[in-house]
Design a protein around this ligand. Sequence first.
Ligand SMILES: NC(=O)c1ccc[n+]([C@@H]2O[C@H](COP(=O)([O-])OP(=O)(O)OC[C@H]3O[C@@H](n4cnc5c(N)ncnc54)[C@H](OP(=O)(O)O)[C@@H]3O)[C@@H](O)[C@H]2O)c1
Length: 262
Amino acid sequence: MPDPASQTLILTGAANGIGRASALALAKRGYRLGLIDRDVDRLAQTERDCSAVGATVTMQVADVTDLAAIRHAVGAIEEKLGPIDMVFGGAGIGGLTLVNHLDPGALKAMLDVNVVGVANLIDAVLPGMFARKRGHIFGVSSVAGFRGLPWMAAYCASKSALTAYLEGLRPALKLRGVRVTTICPGFVRTAITADTPFKNPIKMLEPEQAAQYIVRAIERKPRDFVFPFSTKVGMSFLKGLPTPIFDWMMDRAGPTALNVDF
Ligand SMILES: NC(=O)c1ccc[n+]([C@@H]2O[C@H](COP(=O)([O-])OP(=O)(O)OC[C@H]3O[C@@H](n4cnc5c(N)ncnc54)[C@H](OP(=O)(O)O)[C@@H]3O)[C@@H](O)[C@H]2O)c1
């Protein structure tokens, strides 16, 4: 494994939740970090906290859906920190999909941030990575992309699209020395999950626990990284179920899981 102090990593979504906790965990290990998010105050806090543990860190406020802004942010980070070795596309949004308020605009927003936002980040770093013939892209997808789940159809669609997008890019990028890891977390207690009106409490990781898994993914660089193990097993089982059994289960889970009109 290369010395973390020689590795420069850009993270999007670094102001909050999993991105912030991962930035802090990586800072403690000595990585050089470029932080991007749209939440300026929280991003500045993450930058200060990373700096306080001795990391070389810089931040850029940008919206991942704005390609020009992301290219500018990546350029500004490269000017300060030098060539980018790795990127972590963590900025994302979620939300319920309820048929009484279908809101196609919410689907579009999730596709824009969760899919196009990661594509924009990749687009911004590829010229440099191609020139150096090396680089690693970590895309944060989700186990929610394994199948269409009731109450989160739009989010599942966005994460399934991202997983397929990353998979499709993989062979051509590999030819040019750039590798891809698709990270699929299970439930983590962040703003994305905070407002979901689950009827029964759901077991969730804390962001700091998720960050430990993310560090492992970044250092081991597998093709896919699904965590925690219990969710990996459960969701892989669901993914492999014959459709009639899956449908039977979801017909029952949908109306019973949430405290809202399904
Ligand atoms: N939490 C989970 O259970 C879970 C499970 C699987 C996968 N994930 C994925 O993990 C990633 C991190 O999510 P999280 O749970 O840590 O959520 P979070 O706490 O809401 O953090 C996401 C961060 O991304 C930022 N962001 C959103 N849209 C952006 C945009 N257009 N441009 C720049 N920054 C933007 C958010 O800023 P604002 O606060 O301004 O929105 C926030 O700082 C997401 O891709 C999410 O889909 C989460």
